[in-house]
Design a protein around this ligand. Sequence first.
Ligand code: ZN
Length: 240
Amino acid sequence: MRYAIFGDIHANLEALETVLYDASQAGCTEFVCMGDIVGYNANPVECLNKVRDMGCPVVKGNHDEEAIQDTSLEGLNPLAKRAMEWTRAQLNEVDRQWLGDLKFVRQVRDFTVVHATLDTPGGWTYVTNKFDAMASFSYQFTQLCFYGHTHTPKIYTKADRVEEYDGLSVVMEDGVKYFVNCGSVGQPRDGDWRSSYAIYDDEARQIEIRRLEYDIATAQQKIIDAGLPEMLAHRLALGK
Ligand code: ZN
């Protein structure tokens, strides 16, 4: 079977629809969401409805958690604060309940999915190097795990030691574990504005990260029209 693993959608409906269409065209029949459906961009409710209606496994991201709380946003920078206030105001009680019920970690068939890290799933720290990856590998009990949160696609491997894999497509080998960042559907930050997600083929034992152009102009215009900070529209084009 072919699985599409996608997340860090961040309320970008144009990007989400593009990814889901591409995944279907590529023969994916199973879908798994690694969290952060909402936050930053202009279509949180539409994205939430789309993912919920798919009925696929979903794990909770930090923005999903933040969006359903009524805690103070004083610690955030003004840009993030404004975006989160706006997002909170869009969600109804049913949406909040659904987001609140999401788990931090899920096992799907032979692989695991988490938003940020396996060592402290609700702590929202970032895996940015192989030492961070090492901590997650200690809690990885399947050969393969998908994660996100940094908005940067990356593959780490662990055999005798943890290595950063050179490339974004790999055929899995026996005796090696894989910790794979799918990148971000709706707000990539690796300098490439195109949407990112992963396909896992469990028969070919292959993992592939795909990048896709989407209708960024529409997504940007929606951000402006919603009265969200313009910087959020600009950064989409920068891939930051
Ligand atoms: Zn995110």
